[in-house]
Design a protein around this ligand. Structure first.
Ligand SMILES: Cc1ncc(C[n+]2csc(CCOP(=O)(O)OP(=O)(O)O)c2C)c(N)n1
Ligand SMILES: [Mg+2]
Length: 286
């Protein structure tokens, strides 16, 4: 018997991917690769693990999400829309003048966004600060930090990780999106990160490697880590840039995709059709 929760998260992932692609297609271009690679993660966080209330985004008991790789903003917006923070059609204004949905998250513009990000590296320190502040205030909210593998080139990440480990911020989970690519190529060619999990362990983190397209595995890992105390905690998420749609996974230059070619437009429209079927599919074997 398949778990109903996982079946629901699968549908949610199809819906979130649909909204991201639709947004970028309407906009004409955008950060597709790094948005798609965290769809399953965001669905597990918002759809299963995080304490949050779309009707009361400022609820003091909420968990915090820091999307340090802020260029994946469209993935966060689509997830928040799915959860009911705002209407889906508002997403159509992505990156337009005066929009509440800039390509990188801005906490003063978008409901549900807690931390402004986009300058890579900085979200790591912000998340450390939020988690440390919560500890000082003796509150038990959790913080989830999403960092890109290319983003790890920023020295600031490692300063923040040292802080998180030193203060044993067990109310924070660092999640590294190991999609093996950054802006203009493979991370191992641009700036080899070597073994990210071993590095995090060496920095004092309790570290798990998890398949980034496996909703059940992500759900189990996040739920388990929530209960692990007195240590810094990290998930190295094994993902694919462009995850979930074969055409975009195979597109070499899939960081920021332009929809100015007939080929890309055709692939996007075909993908939207497929995603729509998944969204509307009755849960099988439940
Ligand atoms: C400080 C800073 N330098 C450069 C950039 C431009 N930039 C945006 S995305 C990106 C690559 C990030 O790669 P990665 O963290 O692996 O992201 P993903 O693969 O998830 O898209 C770069 C260099 C930036 N946003 N901030
Ligand atoms: Mg990357």
């Amino acid at each position: 018997m398949r778990d109903t929760k996982i079946a629901g998260l699968e549908k949610m992932a199809a819906g979130v991917r649909y909204d991201i692609l639709n947004m970028l297609l309407k906009c004409g271009a955008g950060h597709l690769g790094g948005s798609f690679s965290i769809v399953e993660l965001l669905c597990v966080l918002y759809g299963s693990q995080m304490n949050h209330d779309p009707a009361n985004p400022d609820w003091s008991g909420r968990d915090y999400l820091v999307l340090s790789k802020g260029h994946a903003g469209p993935a966060l917006y689509a997830t928040l829309a799915h959860q009911g923070y705002f209407a889906h059609d508002q997403l159509d204004t992505l990156n337009c003048g005066g929009t509440d949905f800039p390509s990188h998250p801005d906490r003063l513009k978008t409901i549900g966004v807690d931390v402004t990000t986009g300058s890579l590296g900085q979200g790591t320190s912000q998340a450390a600060g939020v988690a440390y502040g919560l500890k000082l205030a003796k509150r038990d909210n959790h913080v989830y930090l999403i960092v890109g593998d290319g983003e790890l080139n920023e020295g600031q990440c490692w300063e923040a990780f040292q802080f998180i480990a030193h203060y044993r911020l067990d109310n924070l989970v660092v999640i590294i999106d190991d999609n093996k690519k950054q802006l203009d190529g493979y991370t191992q060619d641009v700036m080899n990160p070597f073994d990210i999990a071993k590095k995090m362990e060496a920095f004092g983190f309790y570290t798990m490697k998890v398949k980034g397209d496996d909703l059940e595995a992500i759900d189990l890992a996040v739920s388990y880590l929530r209960r692990v105390g007195s240590t810094a905690k990290c998930i190295v998420l094994d993902t694919v840039k462009g995850q979930g749609i074969g055409y975009f996974e195979e597109l070499m230059d899939n960081h920021s995709v332009k929809f100015d070619s007939q080929e890309n437009q055709k692939a996007a429209k075909a993908a939207l059709d497929e995603l729509e079927k998944l969204m509307n599919r009755e849960a099988e074997n439940v």
